[in-house]
Design a protein around this ligand. Structure first.
Ligand SMILES: NC(=O)c1ccc[n+]([C@@H]2O[C@H](COP(=O)([O-])OP(=O)(O)OC[C@H]3O[C@@H](n4cnc5c(N)ncnc54)[C@H](O)[C@@H]3O)[C@@H](O)[C@H]2O)c1
Length: 292
């Protein structure tokens, strides 16, 4: 069971609308990170020898988006280790399981004030609690999913979200054939009820899985109901007021990025020229340059 703690600082809301921000995971922090003054050696100093200033600093320092994304990966590894009954883990083992190098891992963990013990490693239970606290996972986040068609139905029926602290608390659709049915023990309600139901069930995360033309209106209803975090699967850009976070998931974009890397490995994508212009061999047409 996760330990309840006071929620971290909340941001003031105003009604200025701003465009959706898509975070470039792994490369572009949304806020400028404060350079860490800690070294890997610091990170290996005994836990008890660390003064509390470090923890206090870590609590107030901005955490780069790339680090936040990796913390979620570390947490998945740590949860598995906890399930296996492991007491400690070395930075090398944790880094390898998360697919990063140990310098990156130590730097990431320094942002949350976590340190290991030389020759022993990190206390799995303690580090799990610290990462959960940083990610705001010390209490469950009730999720509302809007649009229970092909994608929404699959998401609603996936039990793994609840296990990781994101229970699906409400399902909405407008299709009379779906309203009143039950998925994973949750009844599908009409989208007209988004406001009342989300407020009553304390929904904090909204998932939009409707066709694109309906997505903005659905998003507006969720925001009006007090939902401040939205995961958008619809292929459209959502406008939200300041203080509302939107993350966009687009598997096709991920596949296009994979395609680019495959093509580059095969030498079929020309290198970017100055000003980002793609260059290609003189004997190639643009289509040949990417599809060969
Ligand atoms: N991001 C991704 O990787 C990804 C992958 C697959 C699909 N999608 C997108 O996800 C969305 C859903 O795809 P799908 O295949 O499940 O479509 P679908 O047509 O099977 O399901 C859409 C559902 O939304 C419901 N709906 C329509 N308007 C609504 C409204 N105003 N309020 C509530 N519900 C409403 C429909 O009744 C339907 O049940 C689409 O926008 C699709 O493009 C994204």
């Amino acid at each position: 069971m996760r330990r309840p703690v006071a929620p971290r600082g909340t941001r003031a809301r105003d009604d200025r609308r701003r465009p959706e921000v898509t975070v470039d995971r792994g490369t572009r922090p949304s806020r400028r990170p404060v350079p860490s003054t800690r070294t890997p050696e610091d990170a290996l100093a005994p836990v008890d020898a660390q003064d509390t200033t470090d923890q206090t600093d870590a609590a107030t320092r901005p955490v780069p988006e790339a680090t936040v994304a990796r913390l979620a990966v570390y947490l998945r590894v740590l949860t598995t280790l906890l399930d296996e009954g492991r007491g400690t883990v070395s930075s090398e083992e944790l880094a390898a399981a998360a697919g990063v190098n140990s310098t990156t891992l130590r730097k990431d963990l320094s942002h949350i004030g976590s340190s290991g013990v030389r020759g022993v490693g990190y206390d799995v239970s303690r580090l799990t609690a610290e990462v959960e606290a940083t990610l705001g996972l010390t209490r469950p986040h009730a999720v509302a999913l809007v649009g229970v068609g092909n994608l929404g139905h699959a998401l609603a029926g996936y039990g793994g979200f609840a296990q990781r602290g994101f229970p699906v608390a409400a399902l909405f659709d407008v299709d009379p054939a779906l309203v009143g049915t039950t998925i994973g023990g949750v009844e599908v309600e009409h989208a007209d009820a988004i406001g009342a139901v989300c407020a009553a069930r304390g929904v904090t995360i909204g998932v939009v899985a409707t066709p694109a033309p309906a997505a903005q209106r659905v998003c507006d209803h969720l925001v009006a109901a007090g939902v401040r975090s939205i995961l958008n699967f619809a292929p459209t850009v959502l406008s939200v007021p300041a203080g509302v976070e939107v993350r966009k998931v687009d598997l096709a974009v991920e596949m296009q990025v994979l395609s680019f890397h495959v093509a580059r490995r095969h030498g079929t994508v020309p290198a970017a020229g100055p000003a980002g212009e793609l260059t290609r061999p003189a004997d190639q047409t643009p289509r040949e340059a990417v599809s060969r």
